[in-house]
Structure formats: structure tokens, C-alpha cells
Design a protein around this ligand. Sequence first.
Ligand SMILES: [Zn+2]
Length: 175
Amino acid sequence: MQTSPGVRRPIHGCRSESVGVVRSHGAYRLIAVRQIAAGDPLFRIEGEQTQSPSRYSVQIGENLHIDLTGHHSNEEILDRYYWRFMNHSCEPNTHIRGQEVIASHDIKPWADITFNYNTTEFDIAEPFDCHCGCPGCIGTIRGFKYLTADECERLLPLLPPHLSRLLNPCAQTQP
Ligand SMILES: [Zn+2]
């Protein structure tokens, strides 16, 4: 088992070679365990497809979400469903295409793996206050539905089709 520098916390290995999970202040966080280049796929979000969002689910299409249903052991979640420990950031280092998590820019080892929940979720089941500390932090995270036109515009390069087509109604006729 590796330990992260400085904090010396044990890192739980995951099935992905790119990431691991650390526990701090009672919460798990997903971190990079190697240098990752912009555009690299990190891992695939595994789980069951569902039409009902939950606190942990990730939206991958219109009325389509990936979630964990049923019982999974802690070890199984750390090994296989570690995507649950990706935190939100208003200036994230990944984005999601389908079920693939892609590096948005170069990521250094030990950096938290984050994505902007407003770039996947249309209407977040349990809104929360963001404390990411980024200059562009928008505060309460409620989902894409609640963003201003300017906020949508800024997120455009990160948006998956199920959200980007809402900004461009002409694209709705495309598959
Ligand atoms: Zn924020």
C-alpha cells in the first residue's frame, strides 16, 4: 500500500492504475496516483443504469443515470466503484463523456480528481454549498437547470450532449 507525501495517509488502490482513494476528515476522496496528461481517459464509471437520480448518481443521458443499487461492500466500492469519491469543483480537472472520465488538463500525482457536477446533472437531487475556493466558484450547486446563460456558456466545452443540446435547440434533431 502506498502513502501520499506530506499527509502520509494510506492510499487504497483501485482497479484503475490512474487513481486511488484516501480518507481524510472522515471522508473519502479520489486522487491521482500518477501523472495524467490532458485528454487521457482515467476510468469508466461502472454501475447500474437508472432513471431516478440519487445523491451519488452521475447523469449520463436524458433521464439516464449511473448509480449503485443493492448492497456493495466497502472493499468493492473502493476497488470498483471509486468514482463515487470524485468531488465537485467549479474548476475541475476532469469531465465526463458517456461513462468515461477524461482529464481536462494535465493532472499531477496526489491531486484530487474532480468534475463539475453542473456539467452532468440537470437537476441535482440534493443541492449543496460548494467550498472549492476557486475564483469562479458559483456557490450553491443545484444542477445545470439553474445556471445563468453566462454560466452555461463558460461550461460549454465540458458539456456532454444531453446538456449541450439544451443550449442549441437546432442540435436536437441530430442523433
Ligand atoms: Zn465551487
